[in-house]
Design a protein around this ligand. Sequence first.
Ligand code: ADE
Length: 282
Amino acid sequence: GDMQIDIVSVFPDYFEVLNVGLFGKAIERGLLDVHTHDLRSWTHDVHHSVDDTPVGGGAGMVMKPEVWAECLDDLLGFEPPSITAASNETQHSNASAPISNNTTDEPAATSENALPKPVLIFPNPSAPLFTQRDATELSHASHLLFGCGRYEGYDARIPCYYRAQGVDVREYSIGDYVLNGGEVAVSVMLEAITRLIPGFMGNPDSIAEESYTGSNALLEHYQYTKPAIWRGMGVPEVLTSGDHGKVDRFRRDEAIAHTDQVRPDLIRQMDCKALDKADRKT
Ligand code: ADE
């Protein structure tokens, strides 16, 4: 089915990039229903300010909760709470709790148990890492709503509040480096998610065999195409043998050796059952 995607940002023009390539085609074909929104259109002051100085001091600015809440209430179809003036003494219960997406105990969604309610996603360099597993799960959602933070971040009560309202809220980092804002991270996550939607790719087989998919998290084996000899360099002879069994074994051995060399963390994470008898010799 088709997926609704809403993206909120102070740089909505950035997402023109989504009209390029397979993603653009998927929008044209009606597979993806994408709407970008300018966060500043939910401000009421002349300066359209979306940020303020951090409570407790320090450098940089923090995105204000009021503006985000007006925007997210609108996009989620929520009524703003009728009692807006909560007591100043009311302590926010878990704004300082570690970020948890609360998905670890749940089985990954399949097309049979698609995520029916909107998923609200905030890119955040201090959040858990976004992985292929998350991409697979989110490719079954019917509605994704991304909130791009800028500056030094956003008020921690925003995700907390919507989580308390029963919204499926996720915060993800795309890697251990710092970007200027969430826009690039959202485009990375969107590309990883949407290419897994049935009908998005021309050739769905190309998904099944890739790195980070399936029970084995091995990196892919090296690939070669013609010519057989290029600038004096040949290709591994077994690949031209026509013996599919030998080719598969060679590729798997090579994938294990390569993964062990560049990403030993992936080998350590692997389910032992995913390694066969012949693998153990590698
Ligand atoms: N915002 C800034 N840096 C980020 C990162 N690495 N991942 C997600 N969002 C970010």
